[in-house]
Design a protein around this ligand. Sequence first.
Ligand code: BGC
Length: 767
Amino acid sequence: MKNIGLLTMITSVVTAVSSCAGGDAPVYLDASAPAAKRVEDLLSRMTLEEKVGQMNQFVGLEHIRKNEASLSEEDLKNNTANAFYPGFTADSVAEWTRQGLVGSFLHVLTIEEANYLQSLALQSRLAIPVIFGIDAIHGNANAPDNTVYPTNIGLASSFDTDLAYRIARETAAEMRAMNMHWTFNPNVEVARDPRWGRVGETYGEDPYLVTKMGVATVKGYQGDLSSDDVLACIKHFVGGSQPINGTNGSPTDLSERTIREVFFPPFEAGVDAGTMSLMTAHNELNGIPCHSNEWLMEEVARGEWGFKGFVVSDWMDIEHIYDLHATAENLKEAFYQSIMAGMDMHMHGVYWNEYVCELVREGRIPESRIDESVRRILDIKFRLGLFEHPYADEETTMDVRLCDAHRQTALEAARKSIVLLKNDGLLPLSPEKYRRVLVTGINADDHNILGDWSADQKPENVTTVLEGLKEVSPETDFVFVDQGWDPRNMSRRQVDRAASLARTCDLNIVVAGEYMYRGRWTERTSGEDTDRSDIDLVGLQNELIEKVHASGKPTVLVLISGRPLGVEWAAEHLPALVNAWEPGMYGGQAIAEILYGKVNPSAKLAVTIPRSSGQVQMIYNHKPSQYFHPYAVTPSTPLYPFGYGLSYNEYEYSDLSIDRTEIPADGQVKVSVKVTNHGAMDGDEIVQLYIRDRFSQVTRPVKELKDFARISLEPGETKTVEFTVTPDKLRFLDKNLKPIVEPGEFIVMAGSSSADEDLLKTSFRVK
Ligand code: BGC
């Protein structure tokens, strides 16, 4: 530990606490005492102000200083990523921390600041450490100098839960190495609207896949919830991923059936997996803001599922009960409603401490209710070892962050998350045939490939697509035409320049898509609070693609995006199309390796790609009547369906069989299917199992993913994949929303995507 001064300070604080407690060290400072005893001991020593302070979270001092200098008070109102507190400076926050009136921080981006703030907290009367929360959504990317993995939508496309677990473990290690204890991830919302800018943060549209990825991630972060681990946070509870108009935080109006069938399962599984924090959603749900929704927090999460952790608000959302939703007449009333509905921690803001203390003194909120929340928060602080390990070591921090093993995982994840959507035989590229290659497009040479929720990372830690191409195919003459980073302001001159150079090249690679970089919050086109009314390419990107294609030279389109894009023209006219999502720090290398056949693509879409936003809601697991009357003029089929993705191999599915054709309601069926690699390369295939309940008392989806397996096959190899259909895979909610397995026919489908033509089918009956 570099900072010897700090150590002396902590020792003296502990001594001061011991002596004011009358000689013996208090139980709460005894690392060998059980957490529950330590919590009760500490709680009994705390004043009301200190308790309410534990329930409040602030942004870090550097964040405040930077934003004070660059934002106006007017800007603040609509800003959900940047903040300062008018009239309450960074120094005031520091002073409150020293007084033990702050329980947590977010948006602290360096180990030095984290250690410093912790030293302030440890100077407080009871020396209670703060817990640092951060949006470590894909690695701890939101802070500089950390490993940046693909975002969740790409990771989900790998269908690799072990990989998700490993990434979460590595992220936990990098976080603890910079004194961060709590990640606001996994986002286990089921994404059902591509206009919504946050699709990239999610694991896609299927409740089963979201559940599996979410659970693996929670387990990876939390381990056994001790000093090597971080606290996971399942969010946002709930429904914001099907916003009424596609915009973030707009109202959500959902039947209880849909909430329970589609949106709850990943949250319930997250609670079962031991998640100890949960974040409520910006939106109102059926007329009640999620932040004052007692049904969600108390009845469902705590009551039905037995959630034992704490609930944290989202940014300014308790305030919004008053100043946006207008279901509270003032801020104090909003705080009251939220706490009484089950809220434990307030994200970000100064009025909380004063008003909540008043509400207790006025007898409106019983102090016992405050104690419940503080108990939950302190319990986590003890379990994560914050009292024993309040600091991270500034000298060894970089031994962990960005270490070789983590970089290797980031590369593996990028390779496994890139989806090949179309290939008319052009790919893999032959360097002998295509000697001079045009590379252009807004994402061709830009760090935007890191994706949303990423800070600036050093150039040596990021491989852009152009850099990746040059590394992977050094013999090729790559001709780069810069289109700038900004899709909204592309230059037609540069587009035309690319078009004319295309004629002098043998092949064109256009790297297009969305712009997600947080540093240009108001200019970007996708990401948090950046929703669209269509899903087309922005700006002159289509024109660029069409003009380059007009050269007559083969053109490959690579998309970098957190949301599905309706690139119908390109899908029809270009010979090759790659969807790379937000592939992270080694995205450029992985894309190049796939284009040149060094890596065989294996990912499958975790979300349907519609042709246009007019098709929304476009999901594979829709109800039987959805296309009874198809659209006039334009197709009713998606551009690419859920579960779809090509390889350089052909995989043949055969011999789908089941071990019995009739079972009791509590019985099981074993399903097996053979998969053969007819290609010339080693490859991974993602084998998918879908089920349909043929006739049922309430309408059921035309198919639902119930299992999957990622298998590796050598050329010529055949493997038999087995799945077990257990009763939970057949269960649904009856007319009274009670779980039931009904007698009747169940169709079993196995294959390479959710499209009917890619599935083998058989069926069995439940007696
Ligand atoms: C987002 C959350 C995030 C929080 C803190 C909010 O605007 O909705 O997902 O965890 O900010 O950054």
